[in-house]
Design a protein around this ligand. Structure first.
Ligand SMILES: Nc1ncnc2c1ncn2[C@@H]1O[C@H](COP(=O)(O)OP(=O)(O)OP(=O)(O)O)[C@@H](O)[C@H]1O
Ligand SMILES: [Mg+2]
Length: 349
């Protein structure tokens, strides 16, 4: 563990203090089990920064987007749009289908070129269909889209908040980068070997060298390597990137976050902290129905569990609201609740 993340783990601070003392943080990710409130938390974080006068981009990386319905305005179309009702905030629902399609085309080009180059009498289309139906294909398109935003929009915004799909995706997203890097290194090396062999075997060495210089596979590989290296640099830099885990006071989401924290540590990504969402307030339980009181009792156990397992990492506790969260007014309310919570208040609201 890096020195910086050691300090983060030791000192319990609320969200606002955390981000004020880590002013250089630019990229925020939310992760957690499905349905725990990742999108809501990401929107709350983004709205908080926007209210503080920062220029903010909220980027949804879910294959199924929910920003438009959350903000109750059209944010679809895969382009950056202004969010109405919250100054300084832009949002984008990243369109992966375009990426997948262009991947397919690129793969088709490269494969046909390679099969021809290597004198292999097979049709590229058979391979492409197999490759494109692989679920990793969509994930890697998603990863690519994330890297695009990291590298292209970093300059344009003070803060960029990424709303990731379910836990596995987000972790794989980070893991992929490491794996990509290793894989690319191997690929580049073997490509170099193949090309140099071709020169050695060739009668017309000058012509072979010419051909090698134009080698599109090598160009692709080197370009990709440069991108993943740059992305790794950003993702692995705890002064720029922080990951927030969202959980409900329930057994499964808690264990997912626990697992998540351990996995992310392995990838050298800074843990920003844990956001506990959907906590029933005592006052609400007291004047509520028997059902609500039971639920309140039930949640106690899980809040104690969170305290036990990851207490010092908790940065915010968001109450369960009377209704689902729709519209900018409610998002601003989350931003408020998120940023006014302090460890002294404790997990029980
Ligand atoms: N604190 C809360 N109070 C009331 N409703 C909430 C709260 N947090 C989230 N919700 C509601 O729960 C639902 C799920 O929230 P959200 O979409 O943010 O979860 P998610 O983790 O992003 O889900 P997915 O895994 O599908 O992306 C939404 O309908 C949202 O309005
Ligand atoms: Mg979501």
């Amino acid at each position: 563990m890096s020195e910086e993340s050691m300090i983060l783990v030791e000192k319990p601070v609320g969200f606002r203090d955390y981000v004020t003392t880590h002013e250089s943080l630019k990229f925020f990710f939310t992760g957690g089990k499905g349905g725990v409130g990742k999108t809501v938390a990401a929107a709350g974080i983004a709205a908080y920064f926007a209210k503080e006068g920062k220029k903010v981009l909220l980027a949804s990386l879910n294959p199924v987007h929910s920003l438009s319905s959350l903000f109750s305005q059209d944010l679809s179309g895969g382009e950056i749009k202004l969010v109405e009702g919250i100054e300084n905030l832009d949002a984008i629902e990243v369109d992966i289908s375009d990426k997948v399609a262009s991947y397919k085309r690129q793969l088709a080009d490269r494969l046909s070129w390679f099969l021809k180059w290597a004198d292999i009498p097979l049709k590229a289309s058979e391979f492409i269909d197999i490759a494109a139906t692989n679920p990793a294909f969509e994930e890697s398109a998603m990863f690519d889209a994330t890297v695009d935003i990291l590298l292209q929009q970093g300059e344009n915004y003070d803060k960029i908040v990424f709303d990731c799909a379910a836990v596995a995706n987000a972790v794989r997203l980070l893991g992929l980068n490491k794996i990509y890097g290793l894989w690319l290194q191997r690929m580049i090396k073997s490509r170099e070997e193949a090309l140099s062999l071709r020169v050695k075997l060739s009668f017309r060495k000058d012509k072979a060298m010419e051909e090698i210089k134009k080698d599109p596979l090598m160009k692709d590989l080197l370009g990709l390597k440069e991108r993943t290296d740059r992305a790794s640099e950003v993702l692995g830099d705890p002064s720029r990137t922080a990951f927030f885990f969202v959980t409900l006071p329930l057994a499964l989401p808690i264990s997912v976050v626990e697992r998540f924290i351990n996995m992310v540590k392995g990838f050298n990504i800074a843990i920003g902290g844990v956001v506990v969402n959907g906590v029933i307030r005592r006052e609400l339980a007291e004047r509520g129905t028997e059902y609500l009181r039971n639920k309140y009792e039930e949640q106690k156990r899980y809040l104690e569990m969170i305290e036990d397992k990851m207490g010092p990492l908790v940065r915010a506790v968001i109450p369960l609201y009377e209704t689902e969260i729709v519209g900018t007014e409610m998002i601003l309310r989350i931003a408020d609740d998120l940023s006014t919570w302090t460890p002294e208040k404790g997990l029980f609201l």
